[in-house]
Design a protein around this ligand. Sequence first.
Ligand code: FAD
Length: 469
Amino acid sequence: MEKIAIVWLRRDLRTHDHPALSAAAASCDRVVPLFVLDQRLLDGRFASGPRTAFMLGCLRELDGQLEAIGGGLCVRAGSPEEVLPQLAEQLGASEVYWTSDVSPFALERDRKVTEALKSLGVEAIPSPGNFCADVSLPRTKNGKPFSVFTPFWKAERELPRRPVLPAPSALQLPDGLDRGELPATPQLGKQLREPFCQPGEPAARAALELWLDGPIDSYGELHDNLSGGTSDLSAWLRWGCISARETEQRAQERGGEGAEAFVRQLAWRDFYAHVLLMFPDNMKLEYQEKFRRLEWVDDEQGFAAWCEGQTGYPLVDAGMRQLAASGWMHNRARMVVGSFLTKDLQIDWRRGEQWFEEMLLDAEPSQNNGNWQWIASTGVDPAPYFRRIFNPILQQQRFDPDGDYVRRWVPELAGVPVARLAEPWKMSEQEQEQAGCVIGRDYPAPVVDHAAARLATIERYRAVAPPKD
Ligand SMILES: Cc1cc2nc3c(=O)[nH]c(=O)nc-3n(C[C@H](O)[C@H](O)[C@H](O)COP(=O)(O)OP(=O)(O)OC[C@H]3O[C@@H](n4cnc5c(N)ncnc54)[C@H](O)[C@@H]3O)c2cc1C
């Protein structure tokens, strides 16, 4: 009798280096790659028009990749706990494969699916594939999960790695299968004017090749440069259009200092996945209990100015406008805008997390939450809060010295001389006229005074966590 498997795809939208897909292809005669459109995710707490559009684009590309090897994508809508057992029963499938994940939502959903399948005698087979290594394994010398990056990274890089797999050479669907259809891209919520990257595996693999072909060598020196110098791979890694494991191995094969720095940065992704897996409460609460007592300011005007890139601080505004237009933002800018929201405006980090989830193509709960808690000084990898308050003026002068990034995203500052670009409000009236940028008319005055806000924030954090003698 023919053996049939379902491969339940989630955020592993590729054919290369896909352990679940390869295992199913090796052990079964017919393989059904399935995507379930789950309304709880599409409309839920972290719903996003830009990311849904990107995801559907990735799925369309994947369908083409699968058809090229004789298979094709099967699409259903509903809750996986119901859809998977139904389809398995209907097809007579004996096995369901998927790529394991780390969020509390995913773990609970997968547990329910496993139970439902088990009651039908169908085997559930979770597989690796989302990370460079098994993020459930690393432990400190005391047997505890890690909460500091560098020791995590040292432990994780010693872990064994699975081999990188080629795409299956052939797949066969069951005869007569109703494959269902992907919906047209809905015009949900916010739209991107110039999406940061093309969805799908072919675009991701082409970008990886280009990155490895040269730019990676300068990663160590240029990764903080706001106008470029990083790989730009995050949205594809988030959706699994390329595997992190393959990316890591290919960079290691390339070798050199740039590649080493890049591989270390990639390990942050595994670190935050480990952290959420080990500390699921982080999804809602501050990791550091003492900071659960912090008081946040309710400032709707400040929040709107931040979202719209109208704070009067050019680097903050450039970052927020890059996000709104393209669905992506440079890491250095993410840190500056995150610090600005939580430390200058004193607005709850969860509001920033939520906005990023709405807009970022690469937003993913473990990464977004981990990074937001890091910048709010409430999370893992702690540093004293008074050290993690970014000065948006100095950051701009250091990481955008020629002003290319700021001028690209805040065009009303195009005529402002570079010496004035980080503090345009300091221009005299005559300079403002000459630059074609009158503060308060063409570009806002700062919504807050950074120096004063810094002191207020130190007081606020000190009030709930006095420094030890
Ligand atoms: C407040 C805030 C929120 C963030 N939210 C997300 C998010 O939702 N999803 C996300 O993928 N990244 C997030 N990041 C991390 C980081 O900004 C992006 O991964 C990076 O900018 C992506 O650009 P790149 O691919 O060119 O990165 P590169 O510098 O080329 O790095 C290569 C890869 O390493 C990983 N990486 C790099 N830096 C980090 C980091 N700090 N944390 C985790 N992984 C990292 C990413 O997968 C990235 O693609 C956030 C950072 C901050 C400060």
